[in-house]
Design a protein around this ligand. Structure first.
Ligand SMILES: [Zn+2]
Length: 84
């Protein structure tokens, strides 16, 4: 007798989707640091030094910034240095 197997992925989680990320990064990059818009495009990636980060692009003012995952929320440049 084998145990019941039900390892199907949830129906609402399409494979390979980039429009519905598996991880919600809105806590890492909550808003545009320039205009405070919250409807950002967020992409998880890594900085050159290897730190996991979220690239956030603001559709309202086209500002972009990187935010370290579990960091202090400082908007960073592509090389990982603070923007301010
Ligand atoms: Zn903005």
């Amino acid at each position: 007798m084998t145990p019941p197997r039900d390892r199907r992925p949830p129906a609402d989680e399409p494979l390979g989707s980039i429009t519905r990320p598996v991880v919600d990064d809105s806590a890492t990059a909550p808003e545009c640091y320039a205009c405070a818009a919250t409807d950002l495009t967020r992409v998880r990636l890594a900085l050159p030094d290897g730190r996991p980060a979220v690239f956030a692009s603001c559709p309202a003012c086209e500002t972009t910034a990187w935010f370290v995952v579990d960091g202090d929320g400082t908007p960073l440049r592509p090389d990982g240095s603070p923007r301010a």
